[in-house]
Design a protein around this ligand. Structure first.
Ligand code: NAG
Ligand code: NAG
Ligand code: NAG
Length: 560
């Protein structure tokens, strides 16, 4: 349920810019019969009070309109936002929410939604471009590359941090923490500020109350989550090191992509705000809007200069700016001169036009593009009559020798998915799967081949979609032309061909780049199509960056 108080809207946003945008807003009232209390966000606009206690008291007063006692009101309150903006999160029934929405000073009231991390794999969205190392003589020296972001504080709203990573150690000669910094490192499960934080990682907080109120208590059994800023999912560690990671020489993924890893601004300071959690075990982080707004409030109080975040929903329609946490938070950040950078959103299948997310004009929406690096992998097929050689893309580090089998010998109708397995074991076999047979993703196919006991997967999909992933079984990606060639080769002989898959090599400078990744959401904005979105694209495909040592890069719990 969402409510927007149009009068308050105008009262708070009298800029001429706004009057244009306001015509886009709708008066939303979804009536529901539910009387179960739910986490709602009550948004009151700009926080004019310098007395935060007074603002907080005002929030309590508002709640007293719908609760009988101060105790009940206090109990329903989850967060009071008083620094970046004024508002609060509380457990309210729909009737209570409707009553509060009519009160003076209330801009909007909406149910706190659960968002997802936009990116769950290492090749995904990154916010800042990769440059050559500063000691590379051939790299052009731009004014910014001399300081590399020293004294800029970047707040990352994500799944937390793995502080021991080399990417978060101090750069040599780093100055003291900027005097404007008011944040801190909070201790928690497996997270001790005195060892985790330094002049590089200067802040670490976590926000969980909203999520637990909405989805129930967090599971903190070993290998599940940490009730602290420590990262379990890996996404936050990856994005943080991509944005501001210190220089790490001789970094590679099992030898692939070997080189110097570093963030776009390797001397910038890092403040971590953990808002996304491993809650449902499906590998996609879950983030509550109530927690996200608390992180905005906290980060603006702490004094970050830039906020980077990549969450949203992959399929839901865009909502008016003033009932969407990220748009509210980034609006007030912008008012304080803090730049907010969002992902444009990802989608497993090629997204159609007007799927771009995080489209508020006051924030930056970034699409993911490729870099000129590729991972060619050679395969040699032998049916004792002729030999076929095909090149694909992969991240395979050891040679594989196996027999080749078509998907149809192990999966009904040749659809490589778990549910279509015909129970025929595939030990010692590499299976040829077409994404077009049943419209499956490579992750589904790899999972299915793993279940069948296969030793590898050749995944055929349109060229435009080809991105090698870290999969639960070794997977080589080929385009439909090559896939068809292999399929016909397989059918041309009575003998089951053998296949030899060579270890992948990394090649730089050959692939055309940048190309916007197929999975990156496309404009124009469905909310304000006359404002161009995404704003820019940046390397976000097969980017090497930090990762927690005990989290599988495939993000599958079956991956040991
Ligand atoms: C660089 O990394 C590779 C692979 O991890 C390792 O074998 C090698 O010893 C490292 N070299 C240096 C100089 O650290
Ligand atoms: C997330 O939690 C589930 C259990 O809910 C667990 O199986 C999975 O391994 C966890 N994911 C990570 C990356 O730790
Ligand atoms: C296989 O495809 C045929 C024809 O499209 C369909 O009728 C049949 O139900 C499919 N079988 C399975 C197991 O999905």
């Amino acid at each position: 349920m969402e409510y927007i108080n149009m009068e308050e809207h105008f009262a708070h946003n009298l800029h001429s810019f706004w009057s244009i945008l306001l015509s886009l807003f709708f008066f939303f009232i979804y009536s529901t019969c539910s009387s179960e209390p739910d986490v709602h966000i009550v948004y009151l606009g700009h926080s004019a009070q310098h007395d935060h206690q007074l603002t907080s008291d005002l929030h309590q007063q508002l709640l007293l309109n719908v609760f009988k006692s101060e105790e009940e009101a206090a109990q329903s309150m989850i967060y009071s936002y008083t620094y970046g903006f004024s508002g609060f999160a509380a457990k309210l029934t729909s009737d209570q929410a409707a009553t509060i929405a009519r009160k003076e000073g209330v801009v909007s009231v909406f149910r706190s939604k659960i968002l997802e991390l936009h990116t769950t794999r290492s090749w995904d969205f990154m916010g800042l471009p990769l440059r050559e190392t500063p000691d590379d003589d051939e790299a052009p020296q731009s004014p910014s590359s001399s300081t590399f972001g020293d004294d800029v504080i970047v707040g990352i709203f994500d799944s937390g941090i793995w502080p021991e990573s080399a990417s978060f150690q101090e750069e040599p000669g780093m100055g003291p923490i900027p005097g404007t910094w008011k944040g801190e490192c909070i201790s928690g499960q497996n997270f001790t500020p005195s060892t985790a934080c330094n002049r590089k990682l200067i802040g670490a907080r976590y926000y969980l109350t909203g999520l637990e109120q909405q989805l129930g208590p967090l599971d903190i059994t070993p290998d599940t989550e940490y009730r602290s800023p420590r990262d379990r999912l890996g996404h936050g560690t990856h994005t943080a090191s991509t944005a501001v990671g210190s220089i790490v020489h001789n970094a590679s993924f099992f030898g692939l992509g070997l080189g110097t890893a570093r963030g776009g601004a390797p001397r910038a300071r890092l403040a971590v705000y953990k808002v996304c959690w491993n809650k449902t075990g499906d590998g996609t982080g879950k983030c509550s809007e109530a927690d996200i707004l608390a992180a905005f409030d906290g980060a603006l109080r702490d004094g970050v200069h830039i906020i980077s975040a990549s969450f949203g929903t992959s399929i839901a329609q865009l909502l008016p700016f003033f009932i969407w946490s990220a748009d509210i938070g980034s609006f007030h950040a912008m008012q304080k001169g803090v730049t907010v950078v969002f992902s444009a959103g990802n989608y497993d299948y090629s997204p159609d036009p007007s799927t771009v997310k995080n489209v508020a004009p006051w924030s930056i929406s970034v699409a993911a593009s490729t870099i000129d690096r590729s991972f060619p992998t050679q395969m040699v097929f032998d049916n004792t009559v002729t030999i076929l050689t095909v090149k694909g893309q992969s991240l395979i580090t050891t040679q594989i020798d196996a027999n080749l089998a078509d998907a149809s010998s192990h999966f009904y109708n040749g659809t490589c998915s778990r549910g279509r397995w015909n129970n025929r074991k595939a030990a010692g076999r590499v299976i040829l799967c077409f994404s077009t047979m049943g419209l499956i993703t490579s992750a589904e196919a790899a999972d299915a081949v793993k279940k069948a006991g296969g030793s590898g997967l050749i995944f055929v999909e349109p060229l435009a979609r080809q991105v090698p992933y870290v999969d639960v079984v070794p997977t080589v990606y080929v385009d439909i032309y090559q896939g068809t060639k292999i399929l016909h080769y397989l059918g041309s002989s009575e003998w089951r061909p053998t296949v030899q898959i060579m270890p992948t090599r990394s090649i730089v400078g050959k692939a055309p780049a940048p190309v916007v990744a197929y999975f990156s959401c496309k404009g124009p904005s469905a909310l304000s199509p006359d404002i161009l979105k995404p704003d820019l694209s940046a390397p976000g495909v097969n980017i090497l960056a930090a990762w927690p040592p005990n989290t599988p890069p495939s993000q599958s719990s079956s991956d040991t």
